[in-house]
Write a protein that binds this ligand. Structure first.
Ligand code: FES
Length: 224
């Protein structure tokens, strides 16, 4: 199996493609396969030439931290949740998420997600919930990994613009439900950074690894 990876040594250097040969089992995740390619003292590419260890990020390896988000065969996904046996063809193409600055190979800097929450003051603070709380929807919304896959596929999200994407709308919804004192501020911020510019493509819902319904959050926030 050929593994084609878009690599980049540092944020300042140009990206380039490098291929590797993987001959192990397909009953393994992309994360596990990358681990195997990186195993040993000498890392060889498909030409048999020594190369650098492949840079990629992980923590939980069970789909709950979001660190391993990348683009796998042109589909944004978690590497630890994507199995080789489920991918079509004999070539697997991996590249970093496009909407974030690359740090090294498949590792990107997603700090913008938290920076957007900080500058708009979206945090729960005092716990002052609504009387008619929808616990199921809140529970699902609270599982957000901040992995950035929703931003990767969003046709409205462009780096550096005022539209912050589904990940932001999800946090607005959560804070709105849990601290009613902030409701007015949240509505203004939600409209400015999400509601006014979302074209409802809803591709975010298709790639979300924890199946958060942006539509449900939107309908709650638009209703009040
Ligand atoms: S390593 Fe945590 S989600 Fe993949």
């Amino acid at each position: 199996m050929k593994i084609k990876i878009l690599r980049q040594k540092t944020p300042e250097t140009n990206p380039y493609w490098e291929c590797f040969e993987y001959n192990g089992t397909k009953e393994i995740s992309v994360a596990g396969m990358l681990d195997q390619l990186n195993f040993g003292d000498d890392i060889l590419n498909d030409q048999g030439l020594k190369t650098d260890r492949i840079g990629w990020d992980c923590s939980c390896l069970q789909g709950v931290c979001g660190a391993c988000a990348m683009v796998i065969n042109e589909v944004p996904a978690l590497a630890c949740e994507t199995f080789l046996k489920n991918l079509k063809g004999e070539t697997v193409t991996l590249r970093p998420l496009r909407k974030f600055p690359v740090i090294h190979d498949l590792i990107v800097d997603r700090s913008i997600i938290h920076e957007n929450l900080k500058i708009t003051d979206i945090y729960i603070g005092e716990y002052n919930p609504k009387a008619d709380e929808d616990h199921d929807l809140q529970y699902t919304a609270a599982k957000c990994l901040k992995c950035g896959l929703c931003l990767e596929v969003c046709p409205n999200y462009t780096v550096g613009k005022s539209f912050f994407g589904a990940v932001y709308a999800n946090d607005c919804y959560l804070v709105h439900e849990r601290n009613t004192n902030k409701a007015k501020d949240i509505h203004v911020s939600y409209a400015k950074h999400f509601g006014n510019a979302c074209s409802k493509a809803l591709s975010c819902m298709e790639v979300c690894p924890v199946h958060i319904s942006s539509l449900a959050s939107m309908s709650k926030l638009n209703r009040v």
